[in-house]
Design a protein around this ligand. Structure first.
Ligand SMILES: [Zn+2]
Length: 246
């Protein structure tokens, strides 16, 4: 099914003060939202709270920085709930200082997700901080339909990721970083998706909101030397191509 609206492919909806009002503003702005979660419990609670909404997909996740606390029950619950979820996220690896101590546990969880989730059914939104090489390699091996969210790794790995069919979701905080210009040159235009990573990503000190997603498209338009209409059209075409794989 093709969509006409921009999609925020990575938003921590439960972490906003008022998720329902926030999603109302997104709906009014014509923005679709992928509500990522960090564990199966959060997935279940958010699904119940939100009910059925046409332009909101609650994704089921196992966050890498929580991996050490996940036992067999959490994984079993993940796979039991997976058939009702469209997206998988947030999953991945984090070998930055915050995650280095739990690398083994993270790998076990991520490997299990990649090995046991039915192939080609669930697009993945993937965290890769400090573990970009490993994440790209694992996604390539699994032939996963995945988007690298808030990519902060080296530019030389971008080619590798592109060859493996991966997409990149860009947010407003990334557009303010010094590395953005070179990153946006390295990523082919047809592999770009958008995200907020709100409320953790900030714009001038306050949480990014999905209804402002057009601001990211505007920065992209400048970087691509085009206008907002063309940039938005390009991103929507990317979304449809990416989602058509599942
Ligand atoms: Zn996130």
């Amino acid at each position: 099914m093709t969509q006409e609206r921009l999609l925020d492919t990575h938003c921590h909806v439960s972490a906003y003060d008022d998720p329902v009002a926030m999603l109302g503003a997104a709906e009014e702005a014509g923005i679709g939202v992928v509500a990522v979660t960090e564990d199966p419990d959060e997935y279940r609670r958010l699904k119940t709270r939100l009910g059925r909404r046409e332009h909101v997909d609650v994704a089921i996740g196992l966050h890498p920085l929580r991996a050490a606390s996940f036992g067999p029950n959490d994984l079993a619950r993940f796979f039991r709930l997976l058939p009702q979820a469209k997206w998988i996220g947030e999953v991945g690896l984090d070998f930055s200082r915050a995650g280095a101590g739990t690398a083994k546990a993270q790998q076990k969880v991520f490997d299990t997700v990649l090995a046991e989730a039915p192939r080609g059914h669930h697009p993945l939104s993937v965290h890769s901080r400090g573990a970009e090489k490993e994440v790209i390699q694992k996604l390539a091996e699994a032939e996963a339909q995945a988007v690298l969210h808030w990519y902060t790794g080296p530019l030389y790995l971008v080619d590798e990721a592109v060859k493996s069919g991966l997409y990149f979701s860009l947010n407003i905080a990334m557009t303010r970083s010094r590395k953005f210009a070179s990153l946006v040159r390295a990523i082919p235009r047809e592999r770009v998706l958008l995200e907020t990573d709100g409320p953790f990503a900030k714009v001038q000190g306050r949480a990014a909101h999905p209804h402002e997603l057009g601001d990211v498209a505007e920065v992209l338009a400048q970087a691509w030397g085009t206008d907002i209409r063309e940039a938005t059209k390009a991103v929507i075409a990317n979304q449809n191509r990416f989602l058509a794989k599942s």
